[in-house]
Ligand binder design. Structure first.
Ligand code: ADP
Ligand code: MG
Length: 354
């Protein structure tokens, strides 16, 4: 569907591992003053003086987390960085560096890997981080990309999942359910293509949801906005697996209950349209579809006025006392207990949700 523009392919064997690493590092720019040593030695060196260091890793496997049929390589490179940066953001941290491991088939071309790294560098520039090292090896099956991200926070300033308090507001950035709808559209087009490869789909009506899936953004900007409003979240998590599952993390880790309202869930018009077309419930997509990479956080009720009319923050409910469960209040005013149905990598039946 998305054809690679580059038609000249250089086999990896022509460059070899060290040639490839040299080539890739020429695509990368280490620009941060705290990068003391980047690619080229046995380990990189960073100077996080006076800060606590945050470390997170994500592993992405071809066929499980991404499908080359509809994932442009540059977007893939961008996304693998963005999803890691999102984990640092969810700690309230500033992302600083990433380390990238890739396992590629010997049959891959240098140009394909170059596209991925070009996307990675675009994301690094966007988030102000340096890619300072990695590892390269071959695989006999699909591609594997493993990214480790580092970030920093002022001492004791990290925002945990476990520190929400009863009566705190529950807030979401942006909107949710879109990435899952993007996946449904692309999976549908893939089936059409299998039957008739000559049909060129017009996906312009789905641009937003497809972008949500293929090119997510980590909400570092929302963190900055919160800071400028003088709001420090009391607990936070990013929405990678779906709202239900993330909210339950905050609830169980903090040992208190929650109450969210169906009528408050931020869902984009295009997401609604796709749900209608696919005959699925938009609330289900919002609760259980993952990969939106928005931030879900709690904050003191006393700051409500500051975000009340903010276009990028939506109050969806509030935390409750310790002996209460996590509840969704529906449009009909029914109270439904929230259960996690988000992505679980060991449950194959949900694989299509990612
Ligand atoms: P070693 O044998 O000590 O692991 P390598 O030859 O694997 O060293 O790596 C040499 C340098 O290149 C190191 O700085 C390493 O971090 C970097 N590097 C290797 N592979 C990658 C990659 N895929 N992306 C970015 N940097 C890489
Ligand atoms: Mg190595």
């Amino acid at each position: 569907m998305f054809e690679e523009k580059n038609h000249k392919f250089t086999p990896l064997s022509e460059l070899g591992e060290f040639g490839l690493i040299d080539h890739l590092s020429s695509l990368l720019k280490a620009e941060r003053p705290d990068t003391i040593q980047s690619i080229g030695d046995d380990a990189a060196i960073i100077d996080h003086q006076g800060f606590e260091t945050l470390i997170t890793k994500d592993l992405l496997i071809e066929g499980v987390h991404f499908d080359f049929f509809y994932t442009p390589l540059k977007h893939l490179g961008y996304k693998v960085i963005a999803v890691n940066v999102s984990d640092i953001a969810a700690m309230g941290g500033e992302p600083t560096h990433v380390v990238a491991g890739i396992a590629v088939s010997a049959r891959s071309s240098v140009e394909a890997i170059e596209e991925i790294y070009t996307g990675m560098q675009m994301a690094c520039s966007h988030y102000g981080i340096d890619l300072i090292g990695g590892d390269t090896t071959t695989t006999t099956k699909g591609m594997v990309i493993s990214i480790t991200a580092l970030g920093r926070v002022h001492k004791s300033e990290a925002v945990l999942r476990s520190t929400a308090r009863p009566s705190d507001l529950i807030v979401l950035t942006g909107d949710i359910g879109g990435a899952y709808c993007g996946l449904l559209v692309l999976e549908r087009e893939k089936e059409v293509y299998k039957v008739n490869p000559y049909v060129q789909p017009d996906l312009s009506a789905y641009d937003y949801v497809i972008r949500r899936l293929l090119r997510p953004q980590a909400r570092i900007d929302a963190l900055r906005e919160l800071k400028s409003l003088g709001i420090k979240p009391t607990s936070m998590i990013d929405v990678s697996d779906g709202l239900s599952s993330e909210l339950l993390h905050l609830v169980t880790k903090s040992g208190i209950g929650a109450r969210i309202y169906e009528s408050k869930l931020p869902i984009d018009q295009q997401t609604f349209k796709v749900c209608e077309e696919m005959k699925i419930n938009a609330t289900t997509a919002a609760l259980n579809g993952g990969e939106d990479y928005e931030l879900l956080f709690t904050m003191p009720l006393s700051h409500y006025e500051k975000i009340k009319n903010h276009p990028d923050f939506t109050v969806i409910g509030h935390m409750t006392e310790a002996n209460l469960p996590a509840i969704l209040v529906t449009h009909l005013n029914e109270e439904i207990p929230i259960v996690a149905q988000g992505w679980n990598s060991f449950n194959n039946s949900k694989q299509s949700a990612q």
